[in-house]
Design a protein around this ligand. Structure first.
Ligand SMILES: O=C(O)c1ccccc1NCC(=O)[C@H](O)[C@H](O)COP(=O)(O)O
Length: 225
């Protein structure tokens, strides 16, 4: 399966275009007011048609209520809901029932103990996203540009597809993919010149490096088989 590359936290026409032109498979939009990447609904409505079947549109929320989710879905018609808060298995089941959209649940990882909750989430989510567990005093639960110990995911066997995020950048994506064998990678801070400000050149470099990592991993595995 080809590596899925997701660029998250896009908020301008120019950088969204850079991600799409460079071949991003998914583009993410953040709906969380304390975030420097937060999008208001009119802006989401404006950017959404630009994606038009060129990539999967992902709406990222944090413990959003039904009315908030409904407004976002109406504004941008996402292909996937990324739930990046403390949503329980029961809440995910309810969101899927109410809105009929696939869900990617973010799991914060710092130690092996954080993987204990995986079976429950894997049973209900369509995808999982492993991100670094945020510090207790963080102002947001993700998009902090901090990696975790990828070796915790080594030899992970899951029925559901999973993606990797947290502090990824062009310079470390090769090791991240080779260690975790993740089916997808997700970046935000690593393609920004400052928090919330995406850089078109960094987006292109990241996608190029991710494709190179994918090719090199394929070479290794086909050699072993
Ligand atoms: O980006 C944010 O500001 C954000 C706010 C609240 C929850 C999640 C958030 N971002 C998550 C992501 O952008 C990605 O899924 C991923 O965590 C990338 O983070 P990073 O590359 O470490 O910035």
């Amino acid at each position: 399966m080809p590596l899925i590359v997701k660029i998250c936290g896009l908020s301008t026409i120019e950088t969204l275009d850079a991600a799409l032109q460079a071949g991003a498979d998914m583009v993410g939009f953040v709906f969380f007011p304390p975030s420097p990447r937060h999008l208001e609904l009119p802006r989401a409505r404006e950017l959404s048609p630009q994606v038009r079947g060129r990539a999967g549109k992902v709406a990222l929320t944090v413990d959003a209520d039904d009315a908030t989710l409904s407004g976002i879905i109406e504004a941008m018609r996402p292909d996937l809901l990324q739930l990046h808060g403390k949503e329980t298995v029961a809440r995910i089941r309810e969101i899927k029932r109410l809105f009929g959209l696939p869900v990617m649940k973010a799991i914060g990882v710092e130690t092996a103990a954080d993987l204990a909750e995986l079976p429950g989430y894997a049973a209900v989510a369509d995808r999982l996203l492993f991100d670094a567990r945020p510090p207790k005093d963080a102002t947001r639960p993700g998009g902090l540009g901090v990696p975790f110990d990828w070796r915790l995911l080594e030899n992970l066997s899951l029925e559901v597809p999973f993606m990797l995020s947290g502090g990824l950048a062009a310079g470390n994506i090769h090791d991240a993919v080779c260690i975790t064998r993740a089916g997808g990678v997700d970046v935000s801070s690593g393609v920004e010149s400052s928090p919330g400000v995406k850089d078109a050149g960094m987006i292109r470099d990241f996608i190029r490096a991710a494709r190179a990592a994918e090719t090199s991993l394929r070479g290794v595995t086909s050699h072993v088989e």
